[in-house]
Design a protein around this ligand. Structure first.
Ligand SMILES: Cc1cc2nc3c(=O)[nH]c(=O)nc-3n(C[C@H](O)[C@H](O)[C@H](O)COP(=O)(O)OP(=O)(O)OC[C@H]3O[C@@H](n4cnc5c(N)ncnc54)[C@H](O)[C@@H]3O)c2cc1C
Length: 546
């Protein structure tokens, strides 16, 4: 017989199969020898009370043979001879999952990626971290696997209704991820494990007859009668396909500029901007797991995380992409523009805990700033006035201006401006800075000089509030490093809600984060799948025949 059971166990018991079996037996009132095995259904940490517990939902097998869970059989037919050819621009989570889905639908994907494969890309990251030398096409955002490859690899998403989360997670397991991501409440892969999974996905695309082209940056679109006939890359190549999935991510600023120049409709989209904050991991553990800071956390518990949100003067301020045991990285894609982000290895075993701390930014904020004579507003409006065509790129230029100011404040080579959290709230420069994980180094700067006033002031208020919510969080041991400016896209590429086609260009499918329809690995992957499915339905009649 099989039983679904809920258990609340100590972290130690939850980590050991024999102990779990004993607890199952107690719950069912049977001897442990009758339990032949179990599958986890859900596993989460409950740290609300002083003694931290692990909540487990599982399926127990009693008096019958145990069978292990298996993944659905994923089949990838040979599409090498398919007349249905779709260009997928960008090999991030969206592009790769779109490619896999297209193959399952019998369509041949031709993936075009500006960056290098994961292995070569690693060398460029080393150069960036060591010498401060940025390759604009191969960095933390660009290259095989997109921003997802050297990301933190957290796999949570709020957009569960927009696609099949389970299928994305199962595919990740199929390509090598730890099966635990299927049942843990906060699944995480880690930067060290992601590249192998991405390579396996690429191999599958190629084995099924798809194409993957690296070092091919799309720089032009050849449009005839409101259809993209082909795309051109910086190397001078031309690729054609019946449809185009545009999955270039939120850092492909040149794509926004290209669309704007071609008079293809794009719109400004609200996004969030702020800083990264880093505490000693032991401090976060002590707050979340209710132990003294001097005592190490229970060895059976993972490094603790947090999630914070506050309304300050009617504006939302919130933590974003928290990385326990992580590293703050240079996520820039353009020379002389600084942006930071965070990642962690699968074991999350670095001594620091970092998180984005950001506030919402809308078009109104920037238009208001441009009307003022205040700091930085001339700079923020500059690009838009140059373009002289409306507001669609306004937030993009606003983001760019903050990133440029941060680069200059750091003094070059991607050294970052930094400030103690307590000094940030007081509005004064720090005389010294605490140890931190940022590899390019930090210099003390008053963030008032870097951040727009409304962002700076909202964060000041939020930090005070967060200190009340999490006792010990507001501390001079915490360092603020700026800016965290690529939380989501500042531009939306519109699409028809039913067909997902661009309203002007019928064979163009704007996809995922860069188009404003996803935020994070799982939601981007789901949007890739969704676009592939819509494309197979809605373009069958017209696009594939042309
Ligand atoms: C350091 C870091 C940590 C992160 N941690 C997490 C996390 O823990 N969890 C999470 O869910 N998300 C995380 N993210 C965000 C996540 O990686 C993105 O949300 C996700 O990758 C977006 O997927 P995408 O496919 O839409 O775009 P991207 O991943 O940005 O991929 C776009 C691809 O398009 C390519 N491209 C761009 N322009 C062109 C062009 N002109 N021609 C050809 N190719 C082009 C790029 O090189 C890139 O490979 C992190 C990001 C970073 C940088």
């Amino acid at each position: 017989m099989q039983h679904e059971i809920l258990l609340q166990l100590s972290p130690k018991d939850a980590a050991q199969s024999a102990a779990i079996t004993d607890h199952i037996a107690i719950a069912l009132g049977i001897p442990p020898s009758k339990v032949t095995g179990f599958h986890f259904i859900k596993k989460s940490i409950d740290a609300r009370k002083r003694s931290v517990l692990i909540n487990i939902k599982l399926r127990a097998f009693v008096d019958e043979p145990f069978y292990a869970t298996t993944l659905p059989p994923f089949e990838f037919p040979d599409v090498s001879r398919s007349q249905k050819r779709t260009l997928v621009i960008g090999a991030g989570p969206a592009g790769l999952f779109a490619a896999l889905e297209l193959i399952q639908l019998g369509i041949k994907p031709i993936v075009i990626e500006r960056g290098k494969d994961v292995r070569e890309r690693r060398r460029d990251l080393a150069k960036l971290n060591r010498d401060g030398i940025l390759n604009e096409d191969s960095n933390y955002c660009f290259g095989e696997g997109g921003a997802g490859t050297y990301s933190d690899g957290k796999l949570y998403t709020r957009s569960t209704k927009r696609g099949n989360v389970e299928k994305v997670l199962q595919l990740l397991v199929h390509f090598g991820a730890d099966p635990a991501i299927l049942y843990t409440a906060h699944p995480h892969i880690g930067t060290n494990k992601l590249p192998g999974i991405i390579q396996a996905i690429r191999q599958q695309v190629i084995d099924a007859g798809g194409e993957v082209h690296f070092n091919e940056k799309v720089i032009d679109l050849n449009i005839v009668n409101q259809r993209i006939q082909s795309v051109e890359t910086a190397s001078g190549k031309r690729f054609d396909g019946n449809n185009i999935v545009l999955a270039t991510g939120h850092s492909a600023k040149d794509i926004y500029v290209l669309l704007h120049k071609k008079q293809i409709l794009i719109e400004a989209k609200p996004f969030a901007l702020g800083v990264r904050i880093e505490h000693p991991q032991s401090l976060i553990d002590s707050i979340q797991y209710h132990c003294p800071p001097t005592v190490q956390r229970d060895v059976f518990l993972p490094p603790a995380s947090y999630q914070l949100v506050e309304q300050v003067n009617g504006r939302g301020a919130f933590s974003f992409c928290m990385c326990p045991g992580g590293i703050i990285a240079t996520a820039s894609t353009v020379q002389k523009e600084l942006v930071v982000n965070g990642w962690s290895p699968s074991k999350r075993n670095n001594p620091f805990a970092n998180s984005g701390m950001v506030v919402q930014v809308g078009l109104g904020d920037v238009l208001e700033g441009m009307r003022d004579e205040g700091k930085g507003t001339r700079d923020e409006g500059r690009g838009t006035r140059d373009e002289g065509r409306g507001t669609s790129l306004l937030l993009h230029h606003f983001q760019e201006a903050v990133e440029r100011r941060a680069y200059e404040a750091g003094g070059g080579y991607f050294v970052a401006p930094a400030q103690r959290m307590t000094d940030f709230v007081k509005g004064k420069s720090s005389s010294t800075l605490p140890d931190n994980s940022y590899l390019r180094g930090v210099v003390p700067v008053n963030m008032k000089e870097v951040l727009p006033d409304f962002v700076f002031e909202s964060l000041q208020g939020a930090f005070k509030a967060f200190g009340k919510k999490m006792k010990g969080y507001f501390t001079e041991e915490a360092i603020i490093i700026a800016p965290e400016s690529r939380t989501s896209s500042p531009v939306r590429i519109p699409r028809d809600p039913e067909t997902l086609q661009h309203p002007q260009i019928k064979n163009l499918y704007p996809c995922a984060e860069g188009a404003g329809y996803a935020g994070g690995i799982v939601s981007a992957a789901m949007d890739g799948q969704r676009v592939a499915n819509h494309l197979s339905i809605f373009s069958a009649a017209d696009n594939f025949s042309k």
